[in-house]
Ligand binder design. Structure first.
Ligand code: CDP
Length: 226
């Protein structure tokens, strides 16, 4: 079922720049923003903080079913440990099912009466919002992504090495793209943007071009024919 909401689906691997881009797009187009990775990170964080193994299917399913964003108040979910736990629970179909409804209702009824939403993640264009107004797949060379993530992490913890971050991202990319449940992949109708050589302003300009074209097309399709 297609709603009248404007939905921008932004998928891509770790540190591809999709989060920064998505936030900027949401503010530019006046849309709500949902970082769906924070839901998987949230479930991973709750499990780690309760001493549960992210690999335990029953515990992971129960945690995902009971999960609310309020549980994350004050939690640091941007650590490498939480990223790994997120990627482990995200491979479980039971966890994905439990989080799907929340993501779909956010897209169907964005908060504050906004006219649509930007959702970023791994399976937004393929599973969560297959009818999105526009789909983007943001990628970059793995070394470039590792460098970006390493700089980010280094501002908080200088003991993390570039090599560790590179290894971690490679392992997570592999797990995310080879799992059976909603693997990370570009939707057939997604626009592929490689940000290896683009700074945030250049990437923003590149994606805006695609979005404006898609919005124009969807506005024309919505017009009554004479
Ligand atoms: O910020 P970063 O790209 O490192 O990761 P994230 O977007 O916060 O996502 C953390 C993990 O959640 C990913 O490695 C995926 O395993 C999982 N995830 C997912 O499976 N599906 C989504 N729609 C979003 C995240």
């Amino acid at each position: 079922m297609k709603s009248d909401n404007i939905i921008i689906a932004v998928d891509g691997p770790a540190a591809s720049g999709k989060g920064t881009l998505s936030r900027r797009l949401a503010s530019f187009y006046g849309l709500a923003y949902l970082d769906t990775g924070s839901l998987y990170r949230g479930v991973g964080w709750v499990m780690l903080s309760r001493g549960l193994s992210p690999r335990d299917v029953e515990d992971a399913e129960a945690t995902a079913k009971a999960f609310t964003l309020e549980q994350l108040d004050g939690a640091d979910i941007r650590t490498p440990d939480v990223g790994r736990a997120a990627s482990v629970v995200a491979a479980l179909p039971e966890v994905r099912d439990a989080l799907l409804e929340f993501q779909r209702s956010f897209a169907a009824s964005p908060p504050n009466g906004l006219k649509g939403a930007v959702l970023d993640g791994r399976d937004i264009g393929t599973v969560v919002c297959p009818d999105a107004t526009v789909k983007l797949f943001i990628d970059a060379a793995v070394e470039v992504r590792a460098e970006r993530r390493w700089k980010e992490l280094n501002e908080r913890d200088s003991s993390v090495s570039y090599e560790q971050v590179l290894e971690d991202i490679k392992r997570r990319d592999k797990r995310d793209s080879t799992r059976e449940a909603a693997p990370m992949k570009a939707a057939q109708d997604a626009h592929l943007i490689d940000t290896s050589m683009l700074d945030i302003d250049a990437a923003f300009t590149a994606v805006r071009r695609e979005i404006d074209k898609a919005l124009m097309k969807s506005a024309m399709e919505g017009q009554p024919t004479a």
